[in-house]
Design a protein around this ligand. Sequence first.
Ligand code: BGC
Length: 428
Amino acid sequence: MRRRWTTAVAVSVAGLLALSACGGGDGQEAGGGLKAHKKVEVFSWWTGPGEADGLKAMRKIFAKQNPEFEFFDAAVAGGSGDAARALLSSKLQANQPPDTFQGHAGAELQGYIKSGKLEPVNFLYDELKLKEVFPQQLIDQITVEGQVYSVPVNIHRSNVLWFNPSVLRRAGVDGAPKTVEEFVTDLAKVKKSGKIPLSIGSEWTLVHLFESVLLGSLGTDAYNALWTTGADWSNATVTKALENFKTILSYAGTPQADWQPAAKQVADGKAAFNIMGDWAYSYLHNAPPGGLGKESHKDFDWAASPGTDGTFMWLSDSFTLPKGTPNRDGAIAWLKMAASEEGQDAFNPLKGSIPARKDADRSLYEDYLSWSLEQWSGSKLAGSIQHGVVADDEWRAAITEAVGLFQRDKDVAKFQRALVAAADDSGQ
Ligand code: BGC
């Protein structure tokens, strides 16, 4: 089943592949022997409001530091990168890698490493002494057999509940719900008040919601145990978590095209709650046109998603050095900038994330971001499903398919069977 899905995606992106291959980073001799700027193709999915600003900030520093290279934006639109990754996988299979691409630290990146698509970057870690500045648990996620394979640029938090304080007040809800049970009670109150209780976006946002509900229902230790060898996905606590997910989904509004319009429904006072990663903060908070320019604690507010206080469900965007990359020097220059304090401190305050580096300038991280910095150092950790930490691409695709079917048929037993099968097939 899953293999068929992968093939379908590969076929549907074949056309795109042909197009994007033209953007490659080949250094050309311009007519008359003058050396043209060598392109550096940077592949990401940061095209939308709340995301593009951060990329622009890194691009500016890169241009200043590397006048001999020209940044080429190979970003593919679509929240959470499902479309981008499908295209990327075709490019890698066809041995047409971009010069560098965004990948999630953890199982997702390990997939690329194990299939031999990446060059280790230990030489950069040695030269820039990066082992001293990145947290060890993060380095472990991007290492295989002692070789480090990427440069993490940030830490995002997945388990955030965004809410509209006035919508809550009018519905008689006193602040953010702390548990899944309280959440369900509050969703019912909002429904009565005539507003949308919970806004959602496209399919991947449901997997995102699902990971928060699973964590909030099971607790951190039981959630983390699901990703270890011999994990039991068939037990009654998982059943209860899936029932919670069903109840919560019954309060969801009409699915929006992606995460931004769903988050906007909260900011506009049309919906009470949205569960989304903290890239939503930069979208809600950044000045227009990159963001909505909303005021925190007034137009919108946040809390740990219900039942997850004290746990930071994390993910990390990191950049890679693909094997056979057309402009290896350019890619290395990009990686050096992305690893630097200057790069991370320019990118993260605009991206809604905190720096992966431990020595970044904390004074630049205000409001939500200072909360996130504190939480990162004082919380238990859990890895995101949708954003590549605990499940590789194949496993995640199987979970996505199960969540998509569940959204339509609401059959808890069938959903659980599909999750058990997905875990079995993962070879975990
Ligand atoms: C990425 C974020 C991005 C979000 C929404 C996540 O998978 O890690 O950088 O902002 O998707 O597109």
